[in-house]
Write a protein that binds this ligand. Structure first.
Ligand code: PAF
Length: 282
């Protein structure tokens, strides 16, 4: 695996390839990331991963400084997975000057759910992803980029961005990988202490229960069902931001009957000092 830090060296490393398959990460890699790399390999003529903890998507009170950085282990995992090129820019390589040109996704997608509780988050994500795309795919006639469904809203926003800017990139979603007890794999799971780790699966259990109740009792009861789900999680010691059933197509609240609609239950909640997110298509 070739490890490159600067944009010119990355572009030189990719010069002879026509169709990169790309997985963007912030490092601290787990099996979910490696599954994306494995999935990427047959989809391009070169497999590229990036590791970059993107300051732009962290609010000042969030965990940018403490975000787990596990460089050696990440390199070993990518190497073992058969990744061809690892792009690991330093902050000064990707942002040599303050990044004042930014991608602002539309409020109706980016200011709801995660964006409501993390204002500006999707501006930071969209901006870095656009820049990483420009680093990896510039001059290529086509490319593929893979993003996990665990970050459901992020995946949707990136898909729309690619569509609206007519980027020649196919976005491929990866299923969420879960631990044996059902907890969605996440770099932030490492923040949990032993008791919190045992409790953590209750976020996905709450989403499952809410989804089943919504399907069984109908969407006219949704507000009450969501409130009950939030109360049940709060009673277990969580501080939920949202537990909600939305349309998969646009993440807006569903209207009409549940039967005909593709829905997703999304949730975010804090357990101790750790904020976890998860979702379940129903
Ligand atoms: O999902 C992530 O790890 C990050 O949001 C991403 C897409 C790598 C952008 O920094």
């Amino acid at each position: 695996m070739k490890i490159v830090h600067t944009i010119p060296v990355l572009r030189a490393a990719l010069a002879l390839f026509q169709h990169p398959a790309f997985v963007a990460t912030m490092g601290n890699l787990h099996d979910g990331h490696i599954a994306l790399v494995n999935r990427a390999k047959p989809l391009g003529d070169v497999t590229v991963a990036s590791i970059f903890v993107n300051r732009l998507q962290f609010a000042p009170h969030e965990d940018f400084d403490t975000y787990p950085r596990t460089w050696e282990a990440d390199c070993d995992k990518l190497q073992a997975a058969g990744c061809d090129v690892l792009f690991a820019p330093r902050e000064t390589d990707l942002y040599p000057e303050p990044q004042t040109y930014k991608v602002h996704p539309p409020a109706e997608l980016a200011d709801i759910l995660e964006g409501h509780f993390r204002p500006g988050f999707f501006i930071g994500v969209s901006t870095v992803v656009m820049k990483l795309f420009s680093c990896v795919f510039a001059g290529k006639s086509e490319g593929t980029a893979l993003f996990g469904k665990k970050d459901y809203q992020q995946l949707m926003i990136i898909r729309r961005m690619v569509q609206q800017f007519a980027l020649p990139i196919t976005i491929v979603p990866g299923e969420t990988l879960r631990a044996a007890d059902g907890l969605a794999l996440s770099s932030r799971n490492g923040y949990l202490n032993v008791q919190e780790r045992a409790e953590a699966v209750h976020l996905s259990l709450a989403l499952k229960a809410l989804g089943e109740a919504a399907r069984a009792q109908g969407l006219d009861k949704l507000d009450a069902l969501e409130a009950q789900a939030m109360q049940a999680l709060t009673a277990r010691g969580w501080a939920p931001d949202y537990l909600t059933v939305r349309r998969r197509a646009d993440l807006l609240p569903p209207v009409g009957s549940a039967a005909a609609q593709a829905l997703v239950v999304l949730g975010a909640a804090r357990l101790g000092t750790t904020r976890l997110i998860d979702n379940l298509e129903i």
